[in-house]
Design a binder for this molecule. Sequence first.
Ligand code: TXA
Ligand code: MG
Length: 349
Amino acid sequence: MARPLPPILRCPWPVAAVDPPPGVAEPLARAIEVLKRGGLVAIPTETVYGLAADALDEEAVAAIFRAKGRPSSNPLIVHVADVAMARGLAASWPAAAEAVAARLWPGPVTVVVPRGPRIPDSVTAGGDTVALRCPDHPLTRRLIAESGIPLAAPSANRSEAVSPTTAHHVLEGLGNRIDLILDGGPCTQGIESTVVDCTTTPPRILRPGPLSRAALEAAVGGPVAWPDAAPAAGPARSPGQLARHYAPRTPLELARDSAGRVATLVGEGKRLGWLTSRTDDPEVRRLAATSRDLLIVPMPERADAFAARLYATLHALDQRQLDRIVVDEPPDTEAWRAVRDRLHRAATR
Ligand code: TXA
Ligand code: MG
């Protein structure tokens, strides 16, 4: 039986407002009702939209995996309202987790800690650790605090697709597979949280993200390791780190000499989207002026601003029936690490 499309409930929350603005009480009440009966609610966060269900309800968690088409071997992040809620879901609370949570939450960083007994197997993919995060979005924190429900929430997209940074992206990607969408505006960070394993010494970054290694090291007061270069054989430590992930439907490639590459592809008659920050470059201008099948998307020169726009740009280009998306290869520096990680995955076929 065809299910209806989920309602999108607008929940504007001015940055300065501490208490919920009047318009959000009803959407929050409806979301809580859906969560209590085991349903799926898309929620805004500062990174990307999440597809949320009650993390302590095994059936509801199973519904997340079905809606996304996600392999059950890929564990979920549990979203909490505060540090106290996080501690209640962990079997123990390592010093590194305390340091990160106390100094950097709410914020775009997820801690992996020993899993407490209340967390169902499906959330952790059977593993003995659980990933916890307190998102920096007032609406979603309010939803968790008011309901008292910790929310298991992967990004609100079909498995392997580009993560959503607006409520509209969620509707396009998941449509009638879910029950409700809370629209809290566009995500400010635009890429998924940094995931840090706090069960090892030193703590290790499993997924680079908006929060830098330097910020983590300052918080824990010691070294933090990067992911293993070549993952060891056996079950992956962060199983979501599959090579191909976050990919648009349109084939995407990274290019060092992007102008040369674009000229070649244009010469072959390809319809192209080109993400570049070199819009003042005469060669870029020349190409723009000479080819009708070339769509140039000017991108910011700073990594954080680039990240904030990346997924929305890929979603938009995916609607344009292009043959290829070409992206300038970003510099190989720490500031660009998370963006490079996402782009390399998007380019892997
Ligand atoms: O910013 C974010 O983290 C977003 C928003 C919605 O909060 N969520 C998100 O979820 O990106 P997802 O499911 O797309 O990515 C979760 C990542 C995966 O790489 C997964 O493998 C890893 O976290 N992860 C989850 N539990 C883990 C665990 N116990 N140990 C290691 N990695 C874990
Ligand atoms: Mg995801």
